[in-house]
Ligand binder design. Structure first.
Ligand code: GUN
Ligand code: ZN
Length: 434
């Protein structure tokens, strides 16, 4: 295959470390007039245009974006494909919300045609919002995951997904059995895990909807294949936490249920964790597990405020999740807008560079994919965005007053949304153009 080499010139910003570990100034690289060179879907060079241009052949194709910022693609570490059609469902908190809206909506995915239609809409929405990698819950039906992976594969996206396992405390029309969930997950793993840029996640919905037998088999699957992911929910809502104590009285607490069934580990991502205690954060960190911070969902469902400083104290890996349809936006920019407010309500700060980290490199680290995505380092996948400073009249006017990249970044995260994402590139291919 001939080498395809292209270059992109614009302001360029990426996170290179966690500001909580190295301080803000050492956490990012910014090139006011930068150049990103892409060879066959991978980044081959990044630097100041003035320095890099001289090293490139005269006939190289250079796309110059004015009034724009190139960043790595965003990483959503928690989202539900089959809840696309029920975002913004009124009036309930978690457990009633699941019964009233979520389960009926997810039941539609028994129909293959419906699953394919929604998978197409969902992936388009991710890319319109600049999300190039997501950790995705399917429904209980394997066809939801097949439809998603087929659509993602066509665009060569790096995506992770799994079929929900749930064999109790949900309507009869939506449950599997411990054995069927094991066999169906296994078939999906064999078909998709490690194919191109796709990965499989074993997906027990949450402790209340799995029997001990099902949790045992989920743990067994993780032992049977290398590099599998595990995703579930934890300590999102106080009623939920109490219910888990009633269902598993022999365990020390919510996290201990998952620990007992060997579901913690370096590729395990626990959504929410709003009501985790100090010991649980320590145990998550000790096992290399990660938490998905989902601020729009936590506010919308009235779940509570995630304690990011406590997670940082334990050096716990944290990514950002939209948690659509409990969350209200596919946009990680809007998710950061709400994350900032969640910190404000706790008397804490979320700096724009920590926010950038959470949406990119932090997410990649939570998923153990930092060698491939989350930065613009040469040698990584060319998954990147072009953010448009003139996306809306207000953004344009506001950014003209900006005196620094820190201010520009913060305003992008406060006022920005899908309109801000002018182009999305995945593996060097243009996969969304506004
Ligand atoms: N806990 C168990 N299932 C779900 C779900 O679908 N969404 C959220 N936000 N929490 C859950
Ligand atoms: Zn969720």
């Amino acid at each position: 295959m001939p080498l395809t080499r292209k270059a992109y010139r614009a302001a360029i910003l990426h996170s290179i470390a966690d500001p909580a570990e190295v301080g803000i100034e050492a956490s990012y690289e910014y090139f006011e007039d930068g150049l990103l060179v892409v060879d066959n879907g991978q980044i081959s060079a990044l630097g100041h245009a003035s320095e890099l241009l001289a090293s490139l052949p005269a006939d190289i194709e250079i796309t110059h974006y004015q009034d724009a910022l190139i960043t790595p693609g965003f990483i959503d570490t928690h989202i539900h494909l089959p809840q696309t059609g029920m975002v913004g469902a009124y009036g309930e908190q978690l457990l009633d919300w699941l019964n009233t809206y979520t389960f009926p909506c997810e039941s539609q995915f028994a129909d293959q045609v419906h699953a394919e239609e929604v998978a197409g809409i969902f992936i388009k929405e991710l890319l319109r919002n600049g999300t190039t990698t997501a950790l995705v819950f399917g429904s209980v039906h394997p066809q939801s995951v097949n439809a998603f992976f087929e659509a993602a594969q066509k665009l060569d996206l790096r995506m992770i997904a799994g079929k929900v396992m749930m064999d109790r405390n949900a309507p009869d029309y939506l449950i599997d059995t411990a054995e069927s969930s094991y066999l169906e997950s296994k078939a999906l793993i064999e078909r998709w895990h490690g194919k191109g840029r796709l990965h499989y996640a074993v997906t027990p919905r949450f402790a209340p909807t799995s029997t001990p037998e099902q949790l045992t088999l989920a743990g067994q699957l993780l032992g049977e294949y290398p590099d599998l992911y595990m995703q579930t929910h934890i300590s999102e809502n106080l009623q939920e936490v109490e219910w888990v104590k009633e269902l598993f009285p022999e365990r020390k607490g919510y996290l201990d249920v998952y620990d007992h069934y060997q579901l913690l580990g370096e590729r395990s991502v626990f959504a929410h964790g709003v009501h985790l205690c100090d010991d649980e954060c320590a145990r998550l960190a000790q096992t290399g597990s990660a938490v998905a911070f989902c601020p729009t969902s936590n506010l919308f469902l009235g779940s509570g405020l995630f304690n990011l400083p406590m997670a940082e104290k334990h050096k716990l890996n944290v990514g950002l999740g939209t948690d659509v349809g409990g969350g209200t936006s596919f946009s990680l920019l809007q998710t950061l807008n709400e994350a900032y407010k969640v910190m404000q309500l706790q008397g804490a700060r979320l700096s724009p560079f920590k926010s950038l980290y959470l949406a990119t490199l932090g997410g990649a680290r939570a998923l153990r994919l930092e060698e491939r995505i989350g930065t613009l380092q040469p040698g990584t996948d060319a998954d990147f965005l072009v953010l448009d400073y003139n996306a809306t009249p207000l953004l344009s006017y506001r950014l003209k007053q900006s005196k620094s990249i820190a201010e520009t970044l913060f305003v992008l995260m406060t006022l920005g949304d899908d309109r801000t994402v002018a182009q999305t590139y995945a593996a060097g291919n243009l996969v969304h153009q506004r």
